[in-house]
Design a protein around this ligand. Structure first.
Ligand code: PNS
Length: 162
């Protein structure tokens, strides 16, 4: 049986921390669906289409990674896909509160769903999409933190660099 899981997130933008979870997740699962949430309550700088485009570029040629997007509840999307496992990265204890709330809410909405957490590798523990946006805004380098295509698009978006 093909073991599949959904890596859902805002990915605004995707960081190397996200990519690391996908890479390591593929040691456990046969296939991962990287799913961009369209209507989160968070204010995003990239449109869902742009986020999907970036992720497709990053995972081009990887047959065991599908990039997709979804609107509405994650549990409904998972049900539509016929996948019952959600894979999330956990960075620090600061993530725990939010993640446990989300896991419990999802489990209440659909008891069939399982949410698995993978500890982020130490070198990515400080990384977040918000920190990356701040670094790029103030002229810093995203090297070792974001994929080159993400850095290029962030610079276009935030610094109006062509
Ligand atoms: O990358 P993020 O912002 O931490 O991802 C959070 C995300 C998108 C996975 C979460 O907000 C989500 O599942 N949104 C879809 C709406 C939903 O199902 N909400 C109820 C459970 S919190």
């Amino acid at each position: 049986m093909c073991k599949r899981a959904i890596c859902a997130g805002s990915f605004d933008p995707p960081t190397d921390g996200h990519l690391n979870i996908v890479a390591r997740g593929l040691k456990v699962f046969d296939k991962l669906v990287v799913a961009v949430a369209v209507n989160t309550t968070k204010k995003s700088i990239f449109t869902p289409e742009e986020r999907v485009e970036m992720l497709k570029e990053i995972f081009r040629g990887r047959e065991n990674v599908e990039v997709d997007s979804f609107e509405g509840l994650l549990v409904d999307y998972a049900r539509r896909k016929g996948i019952h496992t959600i894979l999330r990265g956990l960075r620090t204890v600061g993530d725990y509160e939010y993640e446990s709330q989300m896991a419990l809410a999802n489990k209440t909405l659909d008891p069939e769903i399982e949410i698995l957490y993978m500890m982020t590798e130490g070198k990515y523990a400080h990384l977040s999409s918000s920190i990356i946006k701040e670094i790029i805004t103030f002229g810093g380098s995203g090297c070792g933190m974001i994929h080159p295509t993400v850095e290029k698009r962030l610079k276009q978006k935030l610094l109006k660099v062509t």
